[in-house]
Design a protein around this ligand. Structure first.
Ligand code: PAF
Length: 298
């Protein structure tokens, strides 16, 4: 079978990392840029250790007429819907859409807007951050899990991802991986953002460790009620391990708050609260954190 041609919507750190990985492994990868981008090729630079890899990737915008059969979406969570709507006229009817974004609820939103799209979700622990426009540092190797609920075996295009990306696995139970990430993010992201601290302080400062424990209880009870009992049970040790493993990091939400950028809280804590409401579970600590972060943004 012929390799799929991937279009990448969202040229941030993760989008650039995977666009270049696909390109270097022999797949076609095209960047979908904002209207007004006139270049037909743009450089994507990935630094890794003391190596520097530069690739010139083709570019399209919504004004072009190139049809899209396989779309990787790596925008901010709150941009997904509008960004996909902006290029909807270019999407094949049964276009494969792979969402590699933070937060939850977006696959459902896209499926409601465009029922014929073939939507997959993924989550990655690859560490990459931007040094400039389409210039990133690949700081830490991680694992990438891709899947679609109800699909035990991968579709043919997944072979390209296995080839392009180290430690990329097909996950027949992707909802578990997404919920595990959501649960951890619901704890580390808002607490670090509200207290202005690095991840490690959540384990080192007694007052913050207490808040982590209380929030873990609340998030666990929602995970359990939503059918993710294993995640609930392991949450305290998972969170402790992520805090220790990323002790020096400033969480993505802390960085957003510090730079006065919009946060993804509605798609993280906000999504958890929607599920809690549906299940009739009170979640006052999560609600207070959501309100506090939203308040800071205004
Ligand atoms: O969003 C983040 O920053 C990361 O997902 C995590 C795990 C909270 C570590 O910083």
């Amino acid at each position: 079978m012929q390799d799929a041609h991937w279009h990448v919507l969202g040229a941030g750190a993760i989008g650039c990392l995977f666009a270049q990985a696909l390109h270097r492994s022999g797949s076609s990868a095209t960047l979908v840029m904002r209207p007004g981008t006139h270049q037909r090729f743009l450089p994507v630079i990935v630094e890794r250790g003391d190596q520097r890899c530069e690739a010139q990737l083709p570019v399209i915008t919504a004004g072009d007429d190139e049809l899209i059969s396989h779309l990787l979406v790596t925008t901010k969570a709150y941009d997904v819907r509008a960004a996909v709507a902006g290029i909807a006229h270019l999407l094949n009817d049964d276009c494969v859409v792979l969402l590699l974004v933070n937060g939850m609820g977006l696959a459902e939103q896209l499926a409601a807007d465009w029922p014929r799209l073939d939507i997959y979700c993924g989550t990655t622990t690859e560490g990459a951050y931007a040094l400039g426009a389409r210039h990133i540092r690949h700081a830490g190797r991680g694992q990438t899990r891709i899947g679609k609920t109800g699909l035990a075996t991968p579709p043919p295009w997944f072979a390209q991802w296995s080839r392009a990306v180290d430690h990329c696995v097909w996950d027949g139970h992707i909802a578990n991986a997404l919920w595990a990430k959501l649960a951890v993010n619901c704890i580390i992201n808002p607490l670090t953002a509200v207290h202005g601290c690095r991840n490690g302080e959540l384990g080192q400062r007694r007052d913050l460790a207490e808040q982590v424990a209380l929030l873990c209880d609340e998030v666990s009870s929602i995970c359990r009620a939503a059918g993710f009992g294993d995640i609930a049970q392991q949450l305290p040790s998972t969170v402790a391990a992520v805090i220790a493993g990323t002790a020096d990091n400033r969480s993505s939400m802390l960085q957003d708050v510090e730079c006065e950028r919009r946060t993804e809280i509605e798609y993280i804590t906000g999504y958890l609260l929607e599920v809690a409401d549906q299940l009739g579970i009170a979640a006052p600590r999560n609600r207070a954190l959501l309100e506090e972060i939203q308040h800071r943004a205004h």
